[in-house]
Every structure is written in C-alpha cells, then in structure tokens.
Design a protein around this ligand. Structure first.
Ligand code: SF4
Length: 433
C-alpha cells in the first residue's frame, strides 16, 4: 500500500476525486508495495486502481488516461531501508551526539539509489529485490563497492554476512543493469592489491560499470570505528598514479576516463586538479568528483554577466580544503567586478579540524566568522551548508543567522549566482554602486 500525500490541481487524479490520505492498494491487480510499483505499474494507459478512501471506504478507479498525461498523484515518502553494515569509515558514526534525528538514519536502499543517486552497498538485497531491479530495469544504480575481494569487503563493511558483490553485479549486469560505483579507500584495507583486484573485477564487467569514483576515508573527531592511518599526501599521490594507469587504459580502450579520484584526493596529494576533459559528463560530480573543475568552469563562463561592484567589500566564507583553490577564482572576480574579496577560511567546530569540506561548516562557524565584521558590505557562504528547510547541520536556521549578522549574507554555489545582476546580492551591489 502507498498513501497519497498530495493531488495536483487540474490533474486526472483530481478529476477522479482522489484525496490526500487515500491508500492505493493495487494497479491492474498487482499489489503496490512502494513508490517504485506505483511509478512502473501506472505506466499503462488503461488502469484499474483499487484504493481505500481516507475514511476507510473501498473504491475502484478505472482510468483511460490521455496519452502521456501524468496522473497527478504525489505519495508519502517511503520508509527507508536501513543499512545492515557498520562500515569502518561510516560518516554517520562520525557524527557528534545530539543532532536532529534524520541525520543519524543509515539508509542503504537500492530504490533511492535508482531514484536519487544515493549510493547503496546492495548488502541487504534479497532475491525478490533483484527480481524487481531486473523487471523494472532500475538502471543505473549507484553502488558502494569499496572492495570486490569478498573477505576484504566483509572487513570494510564490518558485516560478515555481506553478499559477494561481484556475483551480485554480474547477475544484475546480465539483466542489462549498469552501475556508477564508488570505493572509499581505507589505508591498509583496500588500497594496494585490493584496489588493483577491485578495479580489475569492475573492469571485467565491461560496459555495465559506467564509472568508478575513488574517495579517501574521511574521519571526524568523533569517528570511533576506524582508528588506523589517515590519508597522507604521499599515499594520495600514489593512489592517483595507480588510478591514472587505469584511466589511461580506459581512455584508450573505451574513450572515457572510467575511474576518477575525488577532488579531495587531489587536494590531499597537493596535485593540480584535471581539466574538464578528464571528467567527460561529470557523472560523479555529486560525489565530489570534478566539482572544483566544474566550479572553475562555471565561474569563468559567468564572469561576463557580473556587474561592476567597485569598492565593495565582500567576504567569502569557506572550508580549509578550498583555501588553496580560491585565490585564482577571487582574482577573476576582482578583475571583473572591481570588488574587494576577502577569503574567510573556517575550521569546523562541530566535526573537528580533520573535516575540511566547506559544505560541512555549521551555523556556529559562520556566525563566528562574520559576527563583528561590520566592515563587510556583503558575505557569501557555501550554499551546501543549508538544507532545503534553510537549516544548518547544527540546527541553526539561516534566517536567524542572517538577521543576527551586521551585513547581508547570501548562500552561493558559485559566486556568479549571488553576484549577477538578477542575483540577490548582485542587484544590491549594482544599485548601491
Ligand atoms: S553502508 Fe556503511 S557507510 Fe553507508 S550508512 Fe551503512 S555503515 Fe554507514
């Protein structure tokens, strides 16, 4: 059963009298277990839907839908499948206590992998799930592989019952499913020979494996499972060399780089990030692969649209890892706008100094950075620090923070969004100039 949360005005569903709270039970005789069933079983144009009205009365809707028209039903969010692992490097294990509850949910859900690109380990996949993936052709899936050698993977995931990932991927690939994969590298556990074997196994799956992202383990001051080595610059450099051998083979044989080190790996190694041609379609940008290169490209492309902001003083708040990359971007922005940009680099007060990503800064860090800075005309903060409800990871609300600070503050993904004439900050700047 799936429950309706909202009905779109003017839709087929509204015409039928479907209401929020209606329970949808079957479509053409097949039971509905979740949003995937609803999406795929309602693809037909002739539908018989058995349902229960909010008051409990049974009802049957017979629908002949005009071709291509959506039914106009939104469903309540699915209950997420919990993860059965206890990975050495789990970010959630590295969270401090006392944050809001949803942050501690360890999801491992192939449905969300297909629908939203969330990475899943597939370790809780049952035979009936595999049948579903194949029937609905849920492709591509985003899979946390970490290691293909079975014993190494059991250790990494801290789960002796984890299935053999090569068998799983092979079975799914035979049914036409493709994968974007990732490996979080934990020194001593899945670098060296395990990494080589894993890349060889994934390569052997041919076109089914669309990409491999290799990400260094990220530890916070609260991480308590893995207590081994962190990623030293030399180790990151060796890892990148290893990946480059596979990437050049991939470029020669299949025309794309196939395996990508994450941006963080390059930053830790102190190496220049590759240009856009390395990343092709930036297929793992959400995973921090090519995000900096894409940011550079967006800033370059957007410069011409910026207004003059001569003499204005603009603070740019960021995390430690972005510090070496920012002077170049800020020099471009200065030349184009005439504004004076000041880089304000913050350590993360919640996760500790080892967590250097700008997107994980919390409200308290930004408050600390900007309180008392009445000399700034404007401040930009990383937009990734705020969720869709306008709340930072530490529960600080953006609106409250903004009201407490002495200058206008705008979240920004790439500076251009906030500084361009139709951007909020840009229009202020242009008017004030
Ligand atoms: S699969 Fe591992 S990293 Fe992901 S939520 Fe579970 S324990 Fe954490």
């Amino acid at each position: 059963m799936v429950r309706v949360s909202n009905v779109i005005t003017g839709s087929v569903a509204e015409e039928l009298g479907i209401l929020p709270g209606t329970e949808l039970l079957t479509v053409n005789g097949r039971e509905l277990a979740d949003f995937l069933d609803w999406e795929f079983l309602t693809a037909d144009d002739e539908l018989v839907i058995e349902a229960r009205e909010p008051g409990g009365d049974p009802v049957v809707y017979e629908i002949e839908r005009p071709e291509g028209e959506a039914l106009g039903v939104e469903l309540e969010p699915p209950s997420v499948r919990r993860c059965a692992n206890r990975c050495e490097f789990c970010f959630i294990e590295g969270l401090p206590k006392g944050l809001r509850k949803p942050l501690y949910v360890r999801d491992d859900d192939y449905r969300l992998s297909f629908a939203y690109g969330n990475f899943a380990t597939l370790s809780n996949l049952k035979d009936r799930d595999i049948a579903r993936v194949l029937e609905y052709r849920l492709s591509p899936l985003y899979v946390s592989v970490h290691a293909t050698p079975w014993e190494a993977r059991k250790v990494l995931l801290n789960n002796p019952r984890v299935p053999n990932i090569v068998d799983q991927l092979t079975r799914l690939a035979a049914g036409g499913i493709q994968f974007h994969t990732q490996m979080v590298i934990v020194p001593g556990l899945n670098d060296g020979d395990v990494l080589e074997q894993s890349l060889a196994d994934l390569w052997a799956l041919g076109d089914a494996v669309l990409s491999v992202a290799v990400v260094p383990v990220g530890l916070t001051q609260f991480s308590h499972l893995y207590t081994g080595q962190s990623m030293a610059p030399q180790m990151c450099g060796q890892l990148l060399d290893h990946l480059e051998r596979w990437a050049s083979r991939a470029r020669a044989e299949r025309g794309d780089s196939w395996v990508f080190g994450s941006d963080e790996l390059y930053l830790l190694a102190g190496r220049a990030l590759p240009g856009p041609e390395h990343y092709g379609d930036f297929v793992q940008i959400e995973n921090g692969v090519g995000a900096v290169t894409a940011l550079r490209a967006r800033v370059r492309e957007g410069l011409a649209s910026l207004p003059r902001l001569d003499g204005r003083r603009i603070g740019i708040v960021t995390g430690v890892s972005m510090q070496p990359l920012m002077p170049e971007l800020l020099a471009w922005l200065t030349e184009q706008t005439g504004a004076r940009f000041e880089l304000i680099v913050m350590e993360n007060s919640m996760f500790g100094a080892t967590t250097t990503t700008a997107g994980l800064l919390v409200g308290a860090d930004i408050r600390r950075a900007l309180a008392g800075r009445a000399d700034l005309d404007l401040a930009l903060i990383p937009a990734e620090t705020i969720n869709d409800d306008g709340v930072f990871l530490d529960d600080e609300r953006f609106i409250a923070l903004r009201e407490a600070l002495p200058m206008p503050v705008y979240p920004s993904y790439d500076f251009i969004d906030a500084l361009m004439p139709e951007g909020a900050a840009g229009s202020r700047g242009a008017h004030a100039a």
